[in-house]
Structure formats: structure tokens, C-alpha cells
Design a protein around this ligand. Structure first.
Ligand code: NDP
Length: 252
């Protein structure tokens, strides 16, 4: 891919993120509590998550393997951060779901799979081909360590709150409860907040324009969904804590 084509692809990605934010003001992604008829056949949520997230594990690993950065410790570090998150998201997260109860429309799974293929490919292309090889010196940069620390805090926050949500249901149960504990005291979607903080750290640590686009894309999807979850909680539970915000304590 030429540098011009790559820049164009990143521009198109950002434009698509803006369209997604606008579209999610009137549409709700139809999975989880927002599932509704009209989106075609479904498959078990566990299988859907594994299939749609698989490109996030495989594509960057393949792009790295095909690159000439094998002796660059900063490329290994970027790959390690990425895979640390996506091995968990692709294998551990779905396998820890309560089996059998949840489903996802095949169409949603396919859309996520295709966007993961393309966008994770762009991030990997930037990290391992298009962007500068940063070498060992990069690993001593404060920016790298600050970004890595923010990444770790964000992803731990994400997992802890995904864990709180998972523990709300008994085996086989499908219903919803008001989550309590941790950052649920302040926001309805601390798992999304953690995810976004984590990708902010990744973009800082790698200084990759594509990683910043990935953050923008994630925010375009997760911020509107956090607001939709929040409104759903308020409609569904009349005594829902009034001080709780959707995504950012005291602000949003
Ligand atoms: P949700 O918070 O909607 O749901 C997470 C899990 O908890 C689901 O299994 C859900 O069940 C269950 N759950 C949620 N709330 C309750 C409740 N009140 N009572 C009982 N069970 C509950 O997250 P998503 O499914 O949207 O996302 C899962 C993970 O993937 C998150 O960590 C998120 O950050 C990440 N993600 C990242 C994206 C990105 O762009 N980087 C995009 C989308 C997700 P059910 O499915 O039945 O609602």
C-alpha cells in the first residue's frame, strides 16, 4: 500500500467513525439488551465473539510476521500489548460467558468481523510497515511507559467491570440487574470507559496515527452505546441511582 493510499484509508476510517456516531444517535446496535427482531438469524454469543474477534488476533500477528521488524523491540512491544488484550477478548472473555443463554445476530457478527479485518489490518500495517521503526530507544521514552501504564490501567478496569457484569447472572439466567461496585458507583458503562482509556494508552505508547484512528473508532461505537445502556437502565429500573452518569464520571 502506498503512503498516499494509506493516508486516504485512515481519512476514510475517521470519516466512517463520524458517520457511525451520527447513525448511532438514531439506531442502536442490535445485540445484547438492544437485540430486536429483523436482523436475521442469530448464533450463540460465545461463538459470535470468538469468530468476530479472531481477526484481531490473527491479522496483526501475520502482518508482523511478514514484516522486516523482527529485530525491533518496540515492534514486539506493540504486538505484545495488542495481543495481550485481544487474546483475552477473543478466547478468555467468550469462554467465561454464561453458556447457552445469549445470542447475537449473524449480520452483526459479520459486520464486526469485516471491520475488524480491515481496521486491525490498518493498525498493524502502520505499526509494522508504514510507520517508522522506532527501535530499542523508544522503549526508554517516557511516552512509551506512560502509554503502557495507561493501557494497563484501562484494560484492567475493562476486565474488572466485565467481571462484575458477568457475576450478576446465575447460570442460564437472561435478565438484567443493576450493577454495583467499582466504577459502577459513578457510571453505567465502566467496562467501556476502561476500554477507551486502554486504547488511549496504546495510541500514546505506539505514537501510531492508525492507533489514534482505532481509538476514535472505538469511541464512536462505545460512547453512544454507553448512553443507550444508561437510558435503558433509567427506563427499566425506576430507582436507578440518579447520580450515575453513562460513561464519564460527573460529565457524560
Ligand atoms: P455490555 O456491557 O453490554 O455486556 C457485557 C456482558 O455483560 C454481556 O454478556 C451482557 O449480557 C452482560 N450484562 C451487561 N449488563 C448486564 C446487567 N445489567 N445485568 C446482567 N448482565 C449484564 O458490553 P458489550 O457486550 O457491548 O461488550 C463486551 C466487551 O467488548 C466490553 O468489554 C467492551 O468494552 C468490548 N467492546 C469493544 C468494542 C470496541 O470498539 N473496542 C466494541 C464493542 C465491545 P447481554 O449480552 O445479554 O446484554
Amino acid at each position: 500500500m502506498s503512503p498516499d493510499t494509506f493516508r486516504l484509508a485512515l481519512g476514510a476510517w475517521l470519516a466512517l467513525s463520524v458517520l457511525v456516531v451520527l447513525s448511532l444517535q438514531v439506531n442502536v446496535a442490535p445485540y445484547g439488551r438492544h437485540t430486536r427482531p429483523g436482523w436475521g438469524p442469530t448464533l450463540p454469543a460465545r461463538a459470535a465473539w470468538i469468530l468476530m474477534e479472531l481477526p484481531a488476533v490473527v491479522v496483526p500477528a501475520v502482518v508482523f510476521a511478514a514484516s522486516d521488524r523482527h529485530a525491533d523491540p518496540s515492534a514486539w512491544a506493540a504486538l505484545a500489548l495488542w495481543e495481550a488484550h485481544y487474546l483475552h477478548r477473543t478466547l478468555v472473555y467468550p469462554l467465561r460467558m454464561r453458556p447457552g443463554a445469549q445470542v447475537m445476530p449473524l449480520s452483526v457478527m459479520m459486520m464486526a468481523l469485516v471491520t475488524n479485518l480491515v481496521f486491525d489490518g490498518l493498525v498493524a500495517w502502520d505499526l509494522f510497515h508504514a510507520g517508522p521503526a522506532r527501535g530499542e530507544a523508544w522503549l526508554s521514552e517516557p511516552r512509551f511507559w506512560l502509554g503502557t501504564a495507561i493501557f494497563a490501567v484501562g484494560m484492567v478496569t475493562n476486565r474488572v467491570h466485565d467481571g462484575i457484569l458477568r457475576a450478576l447472572r446465575r447460570p442460564g439466567e437472561r435478565g438484567y440487574h443493576v450493577p454495583e461496585g467499582g466504577l459502577f458507583r459513578w457510571v453505567s458503562a465502566p467496562n467501556y470507559l476502561g476500554e477507551l482509556v486502554g486504547w488511549t494508552g496504546f495510541a500514546l505508547a505506539t505514537a501510531s496515527p492508525a492507533a489514534w484512528c482505532f481509538l476514535a473508532w472505538s469511541a464512536a461505537n462505545l460512547a453512544p452505546r454507553a448512553v443507550q445502556h444508561h437510558r435503558w437502565y433509567q427506563r427499566t429500573f425506576p430507582d436507578y441511582p440518579p447520580e450515575r452518569r453513562a460513561l464519564v464520571p460527573w460529565l457524560l
